[in-house]
Write a protein that binds this ligand. Structure first.
Ligand code: PEP
Ligand code: MG
Length: 883
């Protein structure tokens, strides 16, 4: 088996299709080389080697030696330099590269191949002694950190002392001789800390670095990142070994990162940052503040330092042409790393660029309009889940705001929360249900869990491509980066700016679209749903088969759902209506009644209220189906639980505290989720469902008479397990309908159906369909009852279950397709056999989850129903499922 694949100098052993084997970086380097873009020659050790490395106890097979030697020989042939040669040494970079990018998660070593002899050769061939010694000390420092795992503090300290001794403040003030002395000190540090001298054999250096990159695949931070991003641990990383090119060889050298379109807004404009006379990681690390790529961007920002377009016009023109070539070739927006070595442009990386939801939409719609991609591809390009970012409120421009400072608009969206200064606190407070803003001088991969837990991220340092910005955009968290006027003390838990102080636990608001940072909470407004969003949704609606409804039970929710494109209500839960302060007393009287007459008296009071509920919903949903579910929860939920509430409830309901407590004790259940709830309430107290059915039909006729457009009520019975239950309840509903129709001298069309949320119901769906005219899969309860996992208690252990791979994802979030899914399939099939064309939907939380929606499409359900804000996500996911 082959493990090494070469690229550059007219050779490409791989290409962009080999991402699984070569990792994203390696595959694209090979691809760029194959279309004659200037790529420094190199080779990729495949991900298969990473897997084997771990299988064989972190050892390399002997055969790899010869393959790597062949790879090095390839680089030597193209560059004319020799690895380890004292006169004209070849230097290489060693970088990780997984199938999907994991920014900053794994290790890199630059300038590899330098030692006491080759540094002299580099000085001679570059004609720049200072550069050679600076490169050597950078290499020792990086290698010691990444490969030898020594504490980098000792090196930084040595550098600080060297500067202090000489009266310097900046690194640039150090001369060749100074760096040479520092190298000696660095080597002393290594010997002291590591117990052995710094490795001088360039081949030892190379194997050390390759091992370290493979090793970083299993680092803690990489594992956390994989868990958060659902990346399997067995994918492994590739290792890319490539000839070094230098962006730090003076003022005609530079290094930068760029996007072929604006990754934040999606505009068709080159977008990026660069630094003159700097090496690779300097831009991303956020140590120096980078310069703009284009003149237009510089002018718009009112910045002084020249843009690349102005400072290096010829290379810039060449680079812009490469951007166009890459975008046309890959048919997607590209994220690019490049280096200019003494006026010569080199491409170091290209990949599909991460983008905000807003940019993803705009780019997809515009590329389809430009003819670069098809409409179907545009639909497939936008992550439905990411739409979430666009559907939530942004800051109200007219709301008063107390602006503290301004940074870069690194990731859009607005967020308010309590200030915290470290990732662990952010995670802890978020776990307590608090909204937090994580404030850091700059973030590093160690902060990833805190960034995930936070509602928003604020940093004092770093550009638009800094770690904080890239990771926040990927996570969809608002982020303001590089707010340079902030003085942050994580130790004292305080930030200071312009004579003001904000301490941990105080509230800040950040606006990731403008970069503003405000004290306190700022009012928000609803998002704009027209424009690119509207266009893509229209395209999506054109291809999807599944209908999309909403779970909504108030006129406001129904309105939002309709605005988001819902085609009906798939679940109107009636119990929440009963909690309304004005009617809870009547609800309690009904529950506490000792006999049917007492219950009927209380229900009589509830009828007009309930009718008004349905009227307002039917009005908003005019012309669309509305599935109303009759009362479901166990009755004890409506009773007081706290000692001090009994007296008050007693007064309101006219019962003594003793009576109340006795009744509450009678209603107590050990497992209320499996107790007296759902249709069991209707079986024992049919008058409750009778009242609800009457309210539905009276409201429907009222609305039909008033608007001329009759609503289409679908009356849904919860928690049915047997055909007989449904038959009994259907009779109650039909009888109420008949009575109302006779009284009003008019009818409306309606259906009576059932939820399928018990395994027995799924298995006996064939006969249940004889009584029910539709099924709606209540996959919340169906998951609970199939897995035997309580929805309310699962959070205590489900995290561990997901971590240990027992379930790939939380089964209450993403449908357990194998288990619960099989029951859904069985029920759909048996239901259809009895009643061909029976209407089938899903109304559990899974109705808004893209993966679960794909399953619903596969089973051929008629609709999914999701919470209002997830309706657009469901529309897009349904379209993708149909492609
Ligand atoms: C369900 O069980 O999936 C459902 C939609 O009903 P609820 O969540 O109200 O129990
Ligand atoms: Mg349920």
């Amino acid at each position: 088996q082959r493990y090494v694949y070469r690229f550059g100098g007219g050779v490409s052993d791989g290409g962009k299709g080999d991402r699984n084997l070569l990792g994203g970086k390696g595959a694209n380097l090979a691809e760029m080389a194959s279309i004659d873009l200037p790529v420094p020659p190199g080779f990729t050790i495949s991900t298969a080697m990473c897997t084997r490395y771990y299988e064989e106890g972190e050892r390399f097979p002997d055969s790899l030696k010869a393959e790597v030697a062949e790879g090095i020989a390839h680089i030597e042939r193209i560059t004319g330099k020799t690895f380890g040669d004292a006169a004209d040494p070849l230097l290489v970079s060693v970088r990780s590269g997984a199938r999907v990018s994991m920014p900053g998660m794994m290790d890199t070593v630059l300038n590899l191949g330098l030692n006491d002899a080759t540094v002299e050769g580099l000085a001679a061939t570059s004609g720049d002694e200072r550069f050679a010694w600076d490169s050597y000390r950078r290499f020792i420092q990086m290698y010691s950190d990444v490969v030898l795992e020594l504490d980098h503090g000792a090196f930084e300290e040595a550098l600080e002392i060297a500067k202090e001794d000489r009266g310097y403040t900046l690194d640039t003030e150090l001369s060749a001789a100074d760096w040479r002395e520092l190298v000696a000190e660095y080597k002393g540090v290594v010997e002291k800390e590591w117990g052995k001298p710094f490795p001088q054999d360039v081949h030892d250096q190379l194997w050390g670095a390759v091992g370290a990159v493979f090793g970083s695949w299993q680092s803690e931070r990489a594992k956390v990142y994989r868990r958060l991003n659902h990346i399997p641990g067995d994918w492994g990383t590739a290792v890319n070994v490539q000839a070094m090119v230098f962006g730090n060889m003076g003022d005609t050298s530079a290094t930068g990162v760029a996007f072929t379109r604006d990754p934040a807004k999606g505009d068709r404009a080159y977008y990026g940052e660069f630094l003159i006379n700097a090496q690779g990681e300097d831009v991303v690390a956020g140590i120096r503040t980078p310069q703009y790529l284009t003149k237009a961007a510089r002018e718009e920002a009112g910045a002084k330092p020249l843009s690349m377009e102005e400072a290096l016009p010829e290379v810039y023109t060449e680079l812009a042409a490469v951007f166009d070539t890459l975008e046309t070739h890959y048919r997607d927006m590209q994220d690019i790393e490049f280096t200019v070595e003494r006026g010569k442009l080199w491409m170091l990386q290209t990949r599909s660029g991460k983008r905000t939801a807003k940019a993803a939409l705009k780019i997809a719609v515009e590329m389809a309009s430009e003819g670069l991609i098809t409409r179907e591809e545009a639909i497939a390009r936008v992550d439905p889940q990411a739409l979430d970012q666009l559907l939530h409120p942004t800051l109200d421009p007219n709301a008063p705001r107390d602006v503290l400072t301004k940074g870069l608009p690194a990731s859009p969206g607005a967020a308010s929360g309590l200030v915290v200064f470290d990732a662990d606190t952010a995670e802890r407070m978020a776990a307590d249900g608090k909204a937090v803003i994580l404030v850091r001088t700059e973030t590093s991969p160690e902060d990833i869990h805190g960034m995930h837990a936070a509602k928003g991220i604020l940093t004092a340092r770093g550009g638009m491509t800094s770690h904080a910005a890239v990771v926040a955009r990927g996570m969809g968290r608002p982020c303001v980066s590089g707010a340079g006027s902030l003085a942050i003390s994580a130790k004292d838990k305080v930030l200071r700016v312009g004579g003001r102080e904000v301490r941990e636990g105080e509230t800040l608001t950040i606006d990731g679209a403008t970069g503003e940072v405000m004290v306190g909470e700022v009012a928000t407004i609803q998002p704009e749903l027209a424009g690119d969003f509207g266009t893509l949704m229209e395209w999506a609606d054109g291809v999807r088969r599944l209908k999309v409804r909403a779970n909504a039970e108030t006129p406001l929710d129904c309105r939002t759902a309709r605005d988001f494109g819902a085609e009906g209500v798939g679940l109107c839960r009636t119990e929440h209506m009963f909690f309304d302060a004005a009617r809870i007393t009547a609800v309690r009287q009904m529950i506490l009644a000792e006999d049917e007459a007492g219950r009927r008296a209380a229900l009589e009071k509830l009828l007009p209220e309930q009718r008004a509920d349905f009227t307002s919903i039917f009005e908003v949903m005019a012309g669309l189906p509305v599935t109303v579910r009759l009362l479901d929860p166990p009755l004890h939920e409506f009773l007081p639980h706290e000692e001090n509430e009994f007296a008050e409830v007693g007064r309101a309901t006219g019962l003594s505290v003793e009576q109340l407590k006795r009744r509450a004790a009678e209603l107590h259940e050990f497992n209320p989720m499996l107790g007296h709830r759902g249709c069991r309430l209707g079986v024992t107290y049919p008058e409750i469902y009778e009242m609800q059915a009457r309210a539905i039909f009276e409201a429907a006729i009222d609305v039909a008479e008033k608007s001329g457009e009759a609503p289409i009520p679908e009356v849904m019975i919860p928690l049915v397990g047997t055909k007989r239950e449904l038959e009994l309840m259907k009779t109650v509903v039909d009888t109420a309908a008949k009575a109302v129709f006779a009284e009003r001298g008019r009818t409306v069309d309606y259906l009576v159906g059932t939820m399928i949320e018990l395994p027995r119901a799924a298995l006996r769906a064939g006969e249940i369909a004889e009584a029910g005219e539709f099924f709606s899969f209540g996959t919340n309860d169906l998951t609970q009852t199939t897995l035997g996992v309580s929805r309310d208690d699962a959070s205590r252990f489900l995290g561990a279950y997901v971590e240990k791979g027992i379930y790939a994802r939380d089964p209450f979030v993403s449908l357990d397709v194998e288990g619960v899914g099989e029951l859904v399939e069985i029920a759909a099939e048996r239901g259809r056999k009895t009643r061909p064309g029976i209407k089938l939907g899903i109304c559990g939380e899974h109705g808004g989850d893209p993966a679960s929606i794909a399953f619903c499409e596969q089973v051929g359900l008629d609709y999914v129903s999701a919470s209002p804000y997830r309706v657009p996500i469901a529309r897009l996911a349904a379209a993708q499922a149909a492609l």
